[in-house]
Design a protein around this ligand. Structure first.
Ligand SMILES: Cc1cc2nc3c(=O)[nH]c(=O)nc-3n(C[C@H](O)[C@H](O)[C@H](O)COP(=O)(O)OP(=O)(O)OC[C@H]3O[C@@H](n4cnc5c(N)ncnc54)[C@H](O)[C@@H]3O)c2cc1C
Length: 427
Protein backbone atom coordinates (compact mmCIF):
# COMPACT_ATOMS: atom_id res chain seq x y z
CA UNK A 1 0.00 0.00 0.00
CA UNK A 2 1.43 3.37 -0.89
CA UNK A 3 0.36 6.99 -0.94
CA UNK A 4 -0.17 6.75 -4.68
CA UNK A 5 -2.86 4.11 -4.29
CA UNK A 6 -6.43 5.39 -4.06
CA UNK A 7 -7.68 2.58 -1.85
CA UNK A 8 -7.61 3.69 1.79
CA UNK A 9 -4.81 2.22 3.88
CA UNK A 10 -6.36 -0.43 6.13
CA UNK A 11 -4.91 0.01 9.60
CA UNK A 12 -5.72 -2.56 12.26
CA UNK A 13 -5.29 -1.22 15.80
CA UNK A 14 -5.03 -3.93 18.47
CA UNK A 15 -6.08 -2.68 21.92
CA UNK A 16 -8.76 -0.23 23.05
CA UNK A 17 -6.77 1.26 25.93
CA UNK A 18 -5.04 4.60 26.19
CA UNK A 19 -2.53 4.17 23.34
CA UNK A 20 -4.98 2.38 21.02
CA UNK A 21 -7.67 5.04 21.39
CA UNK A 22 -5.15 7.86 20.94
CA UNK A 23 -3.86 6.15 17.77
CA UNK A 24 -7.37 5.88 16.33
CA UNK A 25 -8.23 9.51 17.15
CA UNK A 26 -4.93 10.85 15.82
CA UNK A 27 -4.99 8.82 12.62
CA UNK A 28 -8.63 9.71 11.99
CA UNK A 29 -7.73 13.38 12.26
CA UNK A 30 -4.47 13.34 10.33
CA UNK A 31 -5.34 10.95 7.50
CA UNK A 32 -9.13 11.27 7.21
CA UNK A 33 -10.53 9.11 4.41
CA UNK A 34 -7.09 8.04 3.29
CA UNK A 35 -7.29 5.34 5.96
CA UNK A 36 -9.88 2.93 7.19
CA UNK A 37 -9.34 1.43 10.61
CA UNK A 38 -10.41 -1.69 12.47
CA UNK A 39 -10.06 -1.53 16.25
CA UNK A 40 -9.74 -4.98 17.81
CA UNK A 41 -10.55 -4.78 21.53
CA UNK A 42 -11.75 -7.45 23.96
CA UNK A 43 -13.82 -4.94 25.96
CA UNK A 44 -16.64 -2.80 24.67
CA UNK A 45 -15.60 0.08 26.93
CA UNK A 46 -12.57 2.28 27.43
CA UNK A 47 -11.50 2.65 31.07
CA UNK A 48 -9.33 5.55 32.22
CA UNK A 49 -7.18 3.30 34.44
CA UNK A 50 -5.21 6.10 36.13
CA UNK A 51 -8.34 7.16 38.01
CA UNK A 52 -8.33 3.86 39.91
CA UNK A 53 -6.34 5.58 42.67
CA UNK A 54 -9.09 8.13 43.13
CA UNK A 55 -11.88 5.60 43.64
CA UNK A 56 -11.22 4.38 47.25
CA UNK A 57 -10.98 8.01 48.37
CA UNK A 58 -14.01 9.21 46.37
CA UNK A 59 -11.68 11.79 44.82
CA UNK A 60 -13.18 11.01 41.41
CA UNK A 61 -15.18 8.23 39.84
CA UNK A 62 -14.01 5.51 37.52
CA UNK A 63 -14.49 6.72 33.96
CA UNK A 64 -15.67 4.20 31.40
CA UNK A 65 -16.75 5.19 27.91
CA UNK A 66 -18.19 2.95 25.17
CA UNK A 67 -15.63 2.43 22.42
CA UNK A 68 -18.43 2.76 19.89
CA UNK A 69 -18.22 6.54 20.54
CA UNK A 70 -15.13 6.40 18.34
CA UNK A 71 -17.13 5.22 15.35
CA UNK A 72 -19.43 8.24 15.22
CA UNK A 73 -17.23 10.44 13.04
CA UNK A 74 -14.17 8.36 12.36
CA UNK A 75 -13.58 5.71 9.69
CA UNK A 76 -13.20 2.95 12.27
CA UNK A 77 -14.93 -0.37 12.66
CA UNK A 78 -15.01 -2.12 16.04
CA UNK A 79 -14.25 -5.78 16.41
CA UNK A 80 -14.83 -7.10 19.93
CA UNK A 81 -12.15 -9.78 20.02
CA UNK A 82 -8.47 -10.12 20.84
CA UNK A 83 -5.40 -10.54 18.67
CA UNK A 84 -4.08 -14.06 19.28
CA UNK A 85 -1.13 -13.92 16.87
CA UNK A 86 0.33 -11.97 13.99
CA UNK A 87 1.46 -13.50 10.70
CA UNK A 88 3.62 -10.70 9.33
CA UNK A 89 4.44 -12.46 6.05
CA UNK A 90 0.74 -12.71 5.18
CA UNK A 91 -0.11 -9.30 6.76
CA UNK A 92 -2.74 -11.05 8.82
CA UNK A 93 -3.74 -11.05 12.48
CA UNK A 94 -5.32 -14.16 13.90
CA UNK A 95 -8.14 -13.46 16.33
CA UNK A 96 -8.88 -15.25 19.59
CA UNK A 97 -12.35 -16.20 18.42
CA UNK A 98 -11.03 -17.85 15.32
CA UNK A 99 -11.22 -15.28 12.52
CA UNK A 100 -8.48 -13.51 10.62
CA UNK A 101 -8.02 -9.87 9.64
CA UNK A 102 -5.83 -8.62 6.82
CA UNK A 103 -3.94 -5.37 7.41
CA UNK A 104 -1.91 -2.92 5.36
CA UNK A 105 -0.48 -1.66 8.65
CA UNK A 106 -0.90 -2.96 12.19
CA UNK A 107 -0.62 -0.96 15.43
CA UNK A 108 -0.05 -3.19 18.48
CA UNK A 109 -1.30 -1.32 21.55
CA UNK A 110 -2.21 -4.21 23.82
CA UNK A 111 -0.60 -2.88 27.03
CA UNK A 112 1.58 -4.78 29.48
CA UNK A 113 0.87 -7.71 31.80
CA UNK A 114 0.89 -6.83 35.51
CA UNK A 115 2.04 -9.22 38.24
CA UNK A 116 2.47 -8.71 41.97
CA UNK A 117 5.90 -7.48 43.08
CA UNK A 118 5.49 -9.06 46.54
CA UNK A 119 3.36 -11.97 47.74
CA UNK A 120 2.62 -10.38 51.09
CA UNK A 121 1.39 -6.99 49.91
CA UNK A 122 -1.73 -5.30 48.72
CA UNK A 123 -1.02 -4.96 44.99
CA UNK A 124 -2.88 -1.93 43.73
CA UNK A 125 -3.82 -1.08 40.15
CA UNK A 126 -3.48 -4.42 38.38
CA UNK A 127 -7.24 -4.72 38.01
CA UNK A 128 -10.25 -2.40 38.26
CA UNK A 129 -11.00 -3.84 41.71
CA UNK A 130 -9.94 -1.30 44.32
CA UNK A 131 -11.92 -2.59 47.32
CA UNK A 132 -8.84 -3.96 49.09
CA UNK A 133 -7.68 -0.41 49.71
CA UNK A 134 -11.03 0.42 51.29
CA UNK A 135 -10.40 -2.58 53.57
CA UNK A 136 -7.05 -1.14 54.57
CA UNK A 137 -8.63 2.25 55.31
CA UNK A 138 -11.26 0.49 57.44
CA UNK A 139 -8.49 -1.36 59.33
CA UNK A 140 -6.78 1.95 60.06
CA UNK A 141 -10.06 3.47 61.15
CA UNK A 142 -10.78 0.54 63.48
CA UNK A 143 -7.22 0.51 64.86
CA UNK A 144 -6.42 -3.01 63.54
CA UNK A 145 -3.38 -1.60 61.74
CA UNK A 146 -1.13 1.21 62.89
CA UNK A 147 1.54 1.30 60.18
CA UNK A 148 1.61 1.12 56.41
CA UNK A 149 4.63 0.93 54.09
CA UNK A 150 4.04 2.06 50.51
CA UNK A 151 6.81 0.33 48.59
CA UNK A 152 8.01 1.14 45.08
CA UNK A 153 9.44 -2.23 44.08
CA UNK A 154 12.67 -2.24 42.07
CA UNK A 155 11.60 -2.35 38.41
CA UNK A 156 8.52 -0.12 38.76
CA UNK A 157 9.15 2.80 36.40
CA UNK A 158 5.92 4.79 36.97
CA UNK A 159 5.61 5.27 40.71
CA UNK A 160 3.24 8.26 40.82
CA UNK A 161 0.14 6.17 41.71
CA UNK A 162 1.85 4.99 44.91
CA UNK A 163 2.58 8.58 45.95
CA UNK A 164 -1.10 9.32 45.38
CA UNK A 165 -2.13 6.38 47.55
CA UNK A 166 0.24 7.44 50.35
CA UNK A 167 -0.84 11.09 50.26
CA UNK A 168 -4.55 10.32 50.02
CA UNK A 169 -4.30 7.70 52.79
CA UNK A 170 -2.63 10.33 54.99
CA UNK A 171 -5.41 12.83 54.24
CA UNK A 172 -8.05 10.18 54.95
CA UNK A 173 -6.44 9.11 58.23
CA UNK A 174 -6.17 12.74 59.30
CA UNK A 175 -9.84 13.33 58.46
CA UNK A 176 -10.75 10.31 60.66
CA UNK A 177 -9.06 12.10 63.54
CA UNK A 178 -6.33 9.44 63.83
CA UNK A 179 -2.87 10.75 64.68
CA UNK A 180 -0.87 7.66 65.65
CA UNK A 181 -0.57 5.89 62.29
CA UNK A 182 2.88 5.58 60.72
CA UNK A 183 3.00 5.93 56.98
CA UNK A 184 6.23 5.45 55.06
CA UNK A 185 7.10 5.55 51.38
CA UNK A 186 10.08 3.33 50.49
CA UNK A 187 11.58 3.65 47.03
CA UNK A 188 14.75 3.08 45.00
CA UNK A 189 14.31 6.65 43.63
CA UNK A 190 16.87 9.13 44.89
CA UNK A 191 14.23 11.85 45.40
CA UNK A 192 10.43 11.89 45.32
CA UNK A 193 9.23 11.24 41.77
CA UNK A 194 12.78 11.80 40.55
CA UNK A 195 11.92 11.29 36.86
CA UNK A 196 10.03 14.60 36.98
CA UNK A 197 13.20 16.51 37.85
CA UNK A 198 14.29 18.72 40.75
CA UNK A 199 11.37 21.21 40.84
CA UNK A 200 8.80 18.44 41.00
CA UNK A 201 10.81 16.41 43.52
CA UNK A 202 11.05 19.26 45.99
CA UNK A 203 7.33 20.05 45.63
CA UNK A 204 6.44 16.40 46.26
CA UNK A 205 8.91 16.14 49.17
CA UNK A 206 7.05 19.02 50.82
CA UNK A 207 3.68 17.37 50.19
CA UNK A 208 4.91 14.14 51.83
CA UNK A 209 6.38 16.03 54.74
CA UNK A 210 3.22 18.08 55.29
CA UNK A 211 1.14 14.89 55.15
CA UNK A 212 3.37 13.14 57.70
CA UNK A 213 4.51 10.44 55.27
CA UNK A 214 8.11 9.41 56.00
CA UNK A 215 10.25 9.12 52.87
CA UNK A 216 13.02 6.53 52.50
CA UNK A 217 14.92 7.07 49.21
CA UNK A 218 17.55 4.86 47.57
CA UNK A 219 16.00 1.80 49.18
CA UNK A 220 15.44 -1.54 47.49
CA UNK A 221 12.89 -3.40 49.58
CA UNK A 222 12.34 -7.13 49.94
CA UNK A 223 9.23 -8.47 51.63
CA UNK A 224 9.46 -12.08 52.85
CA UNK A 225 6.65 -14.61 53.18
CA UNK A 226 5.90 -13.40 56.71
CA UNK A 227 5.60 -9.80 55.58
CA UNK A 228 8.97 -8.76 57.04
CA UNK A 229 10.49 -5.85 55.12
CA UNK A 230 14.26 -5.67 54.56
CA UNK A 231 15.76 -2.66 52.89
CA UNK A 232 19.02 -2.72 50.92
CA UNK A 233 21.69 -1.45 50.86
CA UNK A 234 22.23 -1.89 54.55
CA UNK A 235 19.89 -4.78 55.27
CA UNK A 236 17.78 -2.76 57.74
CA UNK A 237 14.42 -4.12 58.78
CA UNK A 238 11.41 -1.83 58.55
CA UNK A 239 8.39 -2.27 60.79
CA UNK A 240 5.07 -2.04 59.01
CA UNK A 241 1.87 -3.93 59.60
CA UNK A 242 0.64 -3.50 56.04
CA UNK A 243 2.40 -3.16 52.69
CA UNK A 244 0.97 -1.49 49.59
CA UNK A 245 2.79 -1.89 46.26
CA UNK A 246 2.26 -1.40 42.56
CA UNK A 247 2.52 -4.36 40.18
CA UNK A 248 5.55 -5.14 38.07
CA UNK A 249 4.90 -5.16 34.35
CA UNK A 250 5.88 -7.77 31.79
CA UNK A 251 5.65 -7.32 28.05
CA UNK A 252 2.67 -8.77 26.15
CA UNK A 253 4.61 -11.34 24.09
CA UNK A 254 2.26 -11.35 21.12
CA UNK A 255 3.04 -14.45 19.03
CA UNK A 256 4.61 -13.40 15.72
CA UNK A 257 5.84 -10.03 17.07
CA UNK A 258 9.46 -9.61 18.25
CA UNK A 259 10.00 -9.19 21.98
CA UNK A 260 12.90 -8.23 24.22
CA UNK A 261 13.81 -10.58 27.12
CA UNK A 262 11.00 -9.06 29.23
CA UNK A 263 8.41 -9.49 26.50
CA UNK A 264 8.27 -5.83 25.38
CA UNK A 265 8.12 -4.96 21.70
CA UNK A 266 11.24 -3.21 20.35
CA UNK A 267 10.37 -0.09 18.34
CA UNK A 268 12.17 2.82 16.70
CA UNK A 269 11.38 6.53 17.21
CA UNK A 270 8.35 6.34 14.89
CA UNK A 271 6.98 3.30 16.69
CA UNK A 272 7.95 0.89 13.89
CA UNK A 273 8.57 -2.59 15.24
CA UNK A 274 12.19 -3.49 14.67
CA UNK A 275 12.52 -6.32 12.17
CA UNK A 276 8.94 -6.26 10.85
CA UNK A 277 7.45 -4.33 7.95
CA UNK A 278 4.18 -2.45 8.42
CA UNK A 279 3.85 -3.27 12.12
CA UNK A 280 3.97 -0.54 14.78
CA UNK A 281 3.64 -0.62 18.57
CA UNK A 282 2.75 2.02 21.16
CA UNK A 283 2.03 2.21 24.88
CA UNK A 284 3.04 0.00 27.79
CA UNK A 285 3.65 -3.00 25.51
CA UNK A 286 6.43 -1.21 23.61
CA UNK A 287 9.97 -1.16 24.99
CA UNK A 288 10.20 2.45 26.18
CA UNK A 289 11.11 1.97 29.85
CA UNK A 290 8.63 4.36 31.48
CA UNK A 291 5.17 2.84 31.37
CA UNK A 292 2.89 5.87 31.50
CA UNK A 293 -0.33 6.74 29.70
CA UNK A 294 0.75 10.20 28.55
CA UNK A 295 3.92 8.77 27.04
CA UNK A 296 1.84 6.00 25.43
CA UNK A 297 -0.26 8.72 23.76
CA UNK A 298 2.86 10.47 22.50
CA UNK A 299 4.09 7.18 21.04
CA UNK A 300 0.68 6.65 19.41
CA UNK A 301 0.85 10.18 17.94
CA UNK A 302 4.26 9.43 16.41
CA UNK A 303 2.85 6.21 14.90
CA UNK A 304 -0.23 8.03 13.59
CA UNK A 305 1.87 10.74 11.92
CA UNK A 306 4.04 8.13 10.24
CA UNK A 307 1.01 6.21 9.01
CA UNK A 308 -0.81 9.36 7.88
CA UNK A 309 2.21 10.39 5.80
CA UNK A 310 2.27 6.92 4.26
CA UNK A 311 -1.42 7.25 3.44
CA UNK A 312 -0.72 10.50 1.60
CA UNK A 313 -1.27 13.21 4.23
CA UNK A 314 0.87 16.29 3.71
CA UNK A 315 2.98 16.19 6.87
CA UNK A 316 6.49 15.40 7.98
CA UNK A 317 6.17 12.65 10.62
CA UNK A 318 7.80 13.65 13.89
CA UNK A 319 9.57 11.08 16.05
CA UNK A 320 8.61 10.30 19.64
CA UNK A 321 10.19 12.93 21.93
CA UNK A 322 8.90 12.17 25.44
CA UNK A 323 7.55 14.91 27.67
CA UNK A 324 6.34 13.60 31.03
CA UNK A 325 3.15 15.18 32.36
CA UNK A 326 1.70 13.94 35.64
CA UNK A 327 -1.35 14.98 37.61
CA UNK A 328 -0.72 13.89 41.19
CA UNK A 329 -3.84 13.54 43.32
CA UNK A 330 -2.88 14.66 46.81
CA UNK A 331 -6.03 14.34 48.89
CA UNK A 332 -6.27 18.13 48.84
CA UNK A 333 -6.57 18.66 45.11
CA UNK A 334 -3.87 17.98 42.54
CA UNK A 335 -0.27 18.85 41.82
CA UNK A 336 0.70 19.21 38.15
CA UNK A 337 4.18 18.00 37.22
CA UNK A 338 5.96 18.28 33.91
CA UNK A 339 9.37 17.28 32.65
CA UNK A 340 10.69 17.01 29.09
CA UNK A 341 12.67 13.79 29.17
CA UNK A 342 14.39 14.38 25.88
CA UNK A 343 15.80 17.75 26.88
CA UNK A 344 15.77 21.08 25.12
CA UNK A 345 12.05 21.62 25.73
CA UNK A 346 12.01 23.52 29.00
CA UNK A 347 12.60 22.83 32.67
CA UNK A 348 11.11 20.48 35.23
CA UNK A 349 8.02 22.21 36.62
CA UNK A 350 5.52 21.69 39.43
CA UNK A 351 2.40 23.70 40.14
CA UNK A 352 -0.97 23.69 41.90
CA UNK A 353 -2.31 25.14 38.66
CA UNK A 354 -2.75 23.34 35.35
CA UNK A 355 0.47 23.14 33.37
CA UNK A 356 -1.27 21.86 30.25
CA UNK A 357 -4.74 21.88 28.84
CA UNK A 358 -7.08 20.09 28.99
CA UNK A 359 -5.70 18.94 32.35
CA UNK A 360 -7.07 15.39 32.24
CA UNK A 361 -5.45 12.70 34.42
CA UNK A 362 -3.73 11.32 31.34
CA UNK A 363 -2.47 13.90 28.92
CA UNK A 364 -2.94 12.86 25.31
CA UNK A 365 -3.03 15.28 22.41
CA UNK A 366 -6.33 13.79 21.20
CA UNK A 367 -7.40 11.59 24.11
CA UNK A 368 -7.66 14.54 26.51
CA UNK A 369 -10.00 16.37 24.14
CA UNK A 370 -12.07 13.25 23.55
CA UNK A 371 -12.42 12.58 27.29
CA UNK A 372 -13.32 16.19 27.99
CA UNK A 373 -15.90 16.06 25.25
CA UNK A 374 -17.47 12.85 26.59
CA UNK A 375 -17.36 14.04 30.20
CA UNK A 376 -19.22 17.15 29.08
CA UNK A 377 -21.97 14.85 27.81
CA UNK A 378 -20.88 14.98 24.17
CA UNK A 379 -22.50 12.38 22.00
CA UNK A 380 -21.15 13.28 18.57
CA UNK A 381 -17.69 11.86 19.07
CA UNK A 382 -14.73 14.06 18.31
CA UNK A 383 -15.63 16.63 15.67
CA UNK A 384 -14.14 16.00 12.23
CA UNK A 385 -11.80 17.61 11.48
CA UNK A 386 -10.60 17.58 15.08
CA UNK A 387 -10.01 20.96 16.71
CA UNK A 388 -6.39 21.98 17.03
CA UNK A 389 -5.16 20.55 20.33
CA UNK A 390 -4.78 23.48 22.73
CA UNK A 391 -1.90 22.15 24.81
CA UNK A 392 -0.82 25.33 26.56
CA UNK A 393 2.71 24.06 26.92
CA UNK A 394 3.16 23.32 23.23
CA UNK A 395 4.83 26.72 22.88
CA UNK A 396 8.00 25.15 24.30
CA UNK A 397 10.83 25.06 21.82
CA UNK A 398 11.31 21.48 20.75
CA UNK A 399 14.97 20.73 20.11
CA UNK A 400 15.29 17.19 18.86
CA UNK A 401 18.20 15.58 20.68
CA UNK A 402 17.66 11.86 20.23
CA UNK A 403 19.13 9.82 23.05
CA UNK A 404 21.16 6.77 22.06
CA UNK A 405 18.82 3.80 21.87
CA UNK A 406 20.58 1.69 24.48
CA UNK A 407 20.66 4.55 26.96
CA UNK A 408 16.99 5.38 26.42
CA UNK A 409 16.07 1.89 27.54
CA UNK A 410 17.45 2.42 31.02
CA UNK A 411 15.01 4.04 33.37
CA UNK A 412 17.78 5.37 35.56
CA UNK A 413 19.07 7.39 32.65
CA UNK A 414 16.07 9.67 33.16
CA UNK A 415 16.72 10.28 36.83
CA UNK A 416 18.55 13.60 36.98
CA UNK A 417 19.95 12.63 40.38
CA UNK A 418 21.27 9.34 39.11
CA UNK A 419 24.94 8.51 38.66
CA UNK A 420 23.91 7.40 35.16
CA UNK A 421 23.95 10.79 33.46
CA UNK A 422 20.91 12.21 31.72
CA UNK A 423 20.95 11.10 28.07
CA UNK A 424 20.90 14.64 26.77
CA UNK A 425 24.07 15.58 28.56
CA UNK A 426 25.74 12.67 26.80
CA UNK A 427 24.27 13.33 23.39
C1 LIG B 1 -3.37 2.78 39.22
C2 LIG B 1 -2.73 3.40 38.02
C3 LIG B 1 -2.50 4.76 37.97
C4 LIG B 1 -1.90 5.34 36.87
N1 LIG B 1 -1.73 6.69 36.81
C5 LIG B 1 -1.33 7.28 35.65
C6 LIG B 1 -1.33 8.70 35.53
O1 LIG B 1 -1.64 9.43 36.46
N2 LIG B 1 -0.92 9.22 34.35
C7 LIG B 1 -0.56 8.45 33.28
O2 LIG B 1 -0.24 8.99 32.22
N3 LIG B 1 -0.54 7.09 33.38
C8 LIG B 1 -0.93 6.50 34.53
N4 LIG B 1 -0.95 5.13 34.65
C9 LIG B 1 -0.38 4.32 33.57
C10 LIG B 1 -1.35 4.12 32.42
O3 LIG B 1 -2.61 3.67 32.87
C11 LIG B 1 -0.77 3.14 31.44
O4 LIG B 1 0.52 3.59 31.07
C12 LIG B 1 -1.65 3.05 30.21
O5 LIG B 1 -2.90 2.52 30.55
C13 LIG B 1 -0.99 2.24 29.12
O6 LIG B 1 -1.81 2.33 27.98
P1 LIG B 1 -1.85 1.15 26.93
O7 LIG B 1 -2.86 1.52 25.91
O8 LIG B 1 -0.48 0.82 26.49
O9 LIG B 1 -2.32 -0.12 27.74
P2 LIG B 1 -3.72 -0.36 28.43
O10 LIG B 1 -4.31 0.90 28.92
O11 LIG B 1 -3.47 -1.47 29.39
O12 LIG B 1 -4.64 -0.87 27.25
C14 LIG B 1 -4.37 -2.05 26.56
C15 LIG B 1 -5.67 -2.55 26.00
O13 LIG B 1 -5.40 -3.65 25.13
C16 LIG B 1 -6.35 -4.66 25.36
N5 LIG B 1 -5.73 -5.92 24.97
C17 LIG B 1 -4.93 -6.72 25.72
N6 LIG B 1 -4.55 -7.79 25.00
C18 LIG B 1 -5.10 -7.65 23.78
C19 LIG B 1 -5.06 -8.43 22.60
N7 LIG B 1 -4.36 -9.58 22.54
N8 LIG B 1 -5.74 -7.99 21.52
C20 LIG B 1 -6.45 -6.83 21.56
N9 LIG B 1 -6.52 -6.07 22.65
C21 LIG B 1 -5.86 -6.47 23.74
C22 LIG B 1 -6.69 -4.56 26.82
O14 LIG B 1 -7.97 -5.11 27.08
C23 LIG B 1 -6.63 -3.05 27.07
O15 LIG B 1 -7.88 -2.45 26.87
C24 LIG B 1 -1.54 4.53 35.76
C25 LIG B 1 -1.75 3.15 35.80
C26 LIG B 1 -2.35 2.58 36.92
C27 LIG B 1 -2.62 1.09 36.92
Amino acid sequence: MSASSHAPLHVVVAGGGIAGVEAVLALGDLAGDAVRMTLVAPDSEFELKPLRTAVPFAADHRRRHPLRELTRNLPVELRQDAVAAVEPDRHVVRLAEGGELHYDALVVAVGARPRPAYQRALTFGASPRTEALNGLLADLDEHYSRSVAFIVAPGVSWSLPLYELALMTAAEVWSMGIDDVQLELITPESAPLAIFGPAASSAVAKLLDDAGVAFRPGAYAEVDARGRITVRPGGHEVEARRVVALPLLDGPRVPGVPADPHGFIPVDDHGRVRGLDDVYAAGDGADFPIKQGGLGCQQADAVAEHLAARAGADLEPRPFRPVLRGKLLTGHGAQYLRNPLHGGAGESRASDFQLWSPATKVSGRYLSLWLNHLDAGGTRGLATPAPAPPHVDDVDIEVPLPAPYELRRRTLAFDPYSPVRHPVSRA
